[in-house]
Design a protein around this ligand. Structure first.
Ligand code: KMH
Ligand code: ZN
Length: 285
């Protein structure tokens, strides 16, 4: 099997310091955690940022600080969130897509549909999805298609047909969000079976599903995302002392299973991140 890409989702928009004291908030804390995750076996970080008081933000300035601090400390790939927090506008969510040059991220997320999200709704109407896809591509980045529900796979194909998503693409199956598609072997198997030819995938289980889903990623030749964005516990009742402990747990299971861990350079090749994509013409929408 090919090397496995572990992505560390260290911050998120929903986890709070009241839930866990190990949540990184400042650029320095985020960079230190990114370096620990890299040392534990992560090739990529999925990045959100916060204001000093912990409020979720998609501010380009805060992303710039975090990205600069991470790159000073380690070579981990940086995938920025365009999901942000529920209720944010497209312009707000696309803050990190305004960063260029040294601060340009390596990848960006693209959720291809609306989903219940706990008591809230994570709104992604078709025009919103197409506009975010257009901005990701305009920066020459590849998207990671975030699927919280099965229909999001079909909508990703629609986005591709508009010339705004390049196939084969990389998908992240986010399973077990309260109010959305369950984290189970059956749901993951179905989603993997629906992947277009040549596509790669990661699985991110929410809460107690995180490590079991990661084990399926290992066993089935996929990849895994872990971290405090999705789950704060290392085991029942035991807080992870940072996302790096969750990365280390998955790395150990991967090695037990004979899967090697992808370096950032290998992840670049596996996820087809090399080279800059040509911006799609605006008439594509
Ligand atoms: N915070 C969620 C509402 C992403 O990063 O692209 C959306 C999210 C997805 O976290
Ligand atoms: Zn996220």
């Amino acid at each position: 099997m090919q090397p496995m890409v572990i992505t560390a989702a260290m911050v998120g928009a929903e986890t709070t310091r009241a839930q866990t004291p190990y949540l990184p908030i400042s650029a320095e804390e985020i960079a230190a955690e990114a370096a620990s995750c890299r040392a534990a076996g992560a090739a990529m970080v999925h990045l959100h940022v916060r204001e000093a008081d912990g409020t979720p933000s998609q501010s380009a300035a805060l992303f710039a600080k975090a990205i600069a601090a991470i790159r000073e400390r380690c070579d981990v790939l940086i995938q920025v969130s365009t999901g942000g927090a529920v209720g944010m506008s497209v312009d707000e969510r696309c803050g990190p897509l305004t960063l260029t040059g040294e601060l340009r991220p390596d990848m960006a997320t693209l959720t291809t549909g609306t989903v219940n999200f706990g008591d809230d709704v994570f709104l992604n109407t078709r025009p919103m999805v197409l506009e975010i896809a257009r901005r990701i591509r305009a920066l020459g980045l590849r998207a990671e298609v975030e699927c919280f529900e099965a229909g999001m796979m079909d909508e990703a194909l629609f986005v591709a047909k508009q010339g705004l998503l390049d196939l084969p693409a990389h998908y992240d199956f986010v399973l077990g969000t309260p109010g959305a598609l369950a984290a189970s072997e059956a749901t993951l198997k179905f989603l993997v079976s629906r992947l277009p030819e040549g596509c790669s995938w990661t699985v991110a289980g929410i809460g107690r599903h995180q490590l079991p889903m990661a084990e399926l990623g290992i066993a089935w030749g996929g990849n895994a995302r872990v971290g405090l964005e999705d789950n704060i516990h290392l085991s029942k009742g035991v807080l992870a002392k940072g996302s790096h402990e969750l990365v280390a747990a998955v790395a150990a299971k991967a090695r037990d299973h004979g899967r090697s861990l992808a370096s950032p350079q290998e992840a670049r090749e596996l996820l087809r991140l090399d080279g800059t994509l040509q911006p799609a013409s605006s008439s594509a929408i």
